[in-house]
Design a protein around this ligand. Structure first.
Ligand SMILES: NC(=O)c1ccc[n+]([C@@H]2O[C@H](COP(=O)([O-])OP(=O)(O)OC[C@H]3O[C@@H](n4cnc5c(N)ncnc54)[C@H](OP(=O)(O)O)[C@@H]3O)[C@@H](O)[C@H]2O)c1
Length: 305
């Protein structure tokens, strides 16, 4: 597994992150096997959120990995907070409370990374700054970042928050690639040119913020998996053809496509299938050519001007 620095931090992380949102679909022995296989692959970075499974996913993970001090040293734990039932909440009180909950469920006394999960319209950056200062000074959180935020929102936070925001987790896959397409279709009048997120990809590159693509295999908002789907015949033909050339699976190619982007992204996989996770990790060893990257991009129905 290749590694890289997370954002501007000195934290060395695997280029593939293991998302734990679906770990509550496994029973205990399955979860133990899954987590152990991830470690065997060098996939030691685990992505959580306080809301996954209503908190259950963090607990299941901690039990499955048999969390203790020596295990803790071998893994990198990221969690998120700020989504509540029916609202978003970046208040100091909620952030502090949420982190304490995650630490307890994960059976640890620190998070390597804390992300603010989804923009809160009522955010007061000063409150976030106070919360982050407390979390940093008490050693409960080592690095901070955001998720689903545009460039202005990050700038607004960063005006007050002292700690560098090192990651932005965003929905991005071959079939959900508007943040790439609008950069290709600048100055056009087509749908792909619509800049929905304030050029977030360029912003993250400019500021050395690691983009973590979530749902790398989904189309729409959790509508289904594009691999093998008859909704994307041309895309699947192209991915399968390239997969054959590299003697890997279509899963590997879908992740390799994200890794080929020069933003140095860290895709967050969601599979709970051990073989599929291994295929995802294999992508770390593959570098698609420029031509292959564009062929896959176009086969998904994305247009070039
Ligand atoms: N920041 C955010 O707002 C946000 C939002 C959502 C998710 N996330 C994070 O991102 C992670 C990944 O999200 P995700 O789970 O939606 O991502 P995903 O990897 O795109 O989807 C995983 C799901 O797709 C299935 N799948 C994948 N490839 C398949 C294939 N070839 N054939 C059939 N099924 C296939 C998996 O089933 P199997 O288990 O059987 O492989 C699993 O149910 C989450 O765990 C979470 O950590 C963050």
């Amino acid at each position: 597994m290749k590694t890289m620095k997370l954002g501007t931090s000195s934290l060395e992380v695997p280029v593939i992150a293991v998302g734990c949102m679906r770990i509550n679909s496994l029973d205990k022995p399955q979860a133990e096997r899954f987590v152990q296989s991830a470690l065997d692959e060098g996939a030691t970075f685990f992505d959580h959120a306080d809301i996954y499974g209503g908190g259950e996913c963090e607990s299941i993970f901690a039990d499955a990995i048999h969390m203790n001090a020596s295990v803790r040293e071998k893994v990198i734990l990221q969690s998120k907070c700020g989504i509540r039932s029916g609202s978003f909440d970046f208040s100091k009180e909620h952030i502090l409370h949420a982190v304490d909950g995650s630490l307890k469920r994960l059976k640890t006394d620190y998070l390597d990374v804390l992300l603010l999960h989804r923009p809160d319209a009522l955010v007061e950056p000063e409150e976030v700054a106070e919360a982050f200062d407390l979390l940093a000074s008490t050693g409960k959180v080592r690095h901070f970042g955001v998720s689903n935020q545009n460039s202005m929102q990050i700038q607004l936070l960063q005006k007050t928050v002292k700690q560098p925001l090192v990651a932005n987790q965003l929905q991005l896959s071959i079939t959900n690639a508007n943040m790439i397409s609008n950069g290709i279709n600048v100055n056009m009048e087509n749908a792909a040119s619509v800049n929905r997120d304030g050029s977030i990809l360029d912003f993250c590159r400019l500021n050395d913020i690691t983009v973590q693509p979530w749902s790398p295999f989904q189309y729409g908002f959790f509508e289904g998996v594009f691999l093998g789907s008859d909704k994307f015949p041309e895309l699947n033909r192209k991915i399968d053809e390239i997969a054959d050339q590299y003697s890997v699976t279509n899963t590997t190619i879908a992740i390799a496509w994200l890794l080929r982007h020069p933003a140095h992204m860290q895709p967050v996989t969601g599979t709970m299938n051990i073989e599929r996770l291994k295929d995802c990790c294999k992508a770390s060893e593959i570098r698609l050519t420029r031509e292959e990257w564009y062929e896959i991009y176009r086969a998904a129905g994305n247009v070039l001007p």
